[in-house]
Design a protein around this ligand. Structure first.
Ligand code: ZN
Length: 219
């Protein structure tokens, strides 16, 4: 039997779209929340909106421009280049406190709409060094959220221990492989589907896709 209601933290990218399909299979009712923090590419918000409309999922867009005001970074500012972190440094795409804030607001939203479940596509396997994608952080925040509101919310992280190839496999098992491949936006240069092929996000996505297709003998 399907569990009741969930909120999916949704960016319109590969991971959160796969999570949205996962949630639609797991829960009776699903709503999505997208955070607007002046992402470089407004297209990300449009992409998220289009996907939720197509899947007939209620979509909340919350203004989080405060995050950019406090911590400008490569995802929000054209003059900060996208760079991988070197020798233990965090990459320039790291937004301090992002998941702390997003999941806290998702928790408040969940309480407001009577949802007991929150789904997020964070992943420790390919986490690029982001500390707020780690399982320990999510578990800690889950406890804190419940203590703060006297609730019993559960944060689900279906991708936590998957690599990118396994995330493609999950999309495929949810009959969402083509949808995720054609309609999601992962690329830091704002190019939908297979992307620019050059940026770190595209490379990660493409490597995972190729690994998955090779494992099925389709490459
Ligand atoms: Zn790209």
């Amino acid at each position: 039997m399907k569990k009741d209601k969930a909120v999916v933290v949704f960016s319109g990218g590969q991971d959160s779209t796969t999570c949205l399909f996962w949630a639609l299979e797991q829960f009776k009712e699903v709503e999505a929340v997208t955070f607007d923090y002046n992402q470089r590419h407004r297209l990300e918000i449009d992409c998220a909106r289009n996907i939720t409309q197509e899947l007939n999922v209620k979509h909340h867009i919350l203004d989080m421009s405060l995050l950019n005001q406090l911590a400008p970074n490569a995802l929000t500012r054209d003059d900060i280049p996208v760079l991988d972190g070197e020798e233990g440094e965090l990459p320039s795409t790291f937004v301090p406190g992002r998941n702390l804030l997003f999941l806290s607001f998702a928790g408040i939203l969940a309480r407001g709409i009577g949802a007991k479940h929150i789904v997020t596509g964070v992943c420790e396997t390919d986490f690029s060094g982001y500390p707020d994608c780690r399982d320990m952080f999510i578990k800690s925040l889950n406890v804190t959220l419940n203590l703060s509101m006297d609730e019993n919310l559960v944060i689900h992280t279906p991708l936590m221990w998957l690599n990118k190839a396994e995330t493609w496999e999950m999309a495929d098992s949810l009959q969402a492989f083509d949808f995720v491949r054609e309609k999601t936006l992962t690329c830091y240069n704002g190019i939908i589907a297979d992307g620019c092929g050059e940026c770190p996000a595209c490379k990660l996505r493409e490597n995972g896709l190729n690994e998955y297709l090779a494992s099925k003998g389709e490459l």
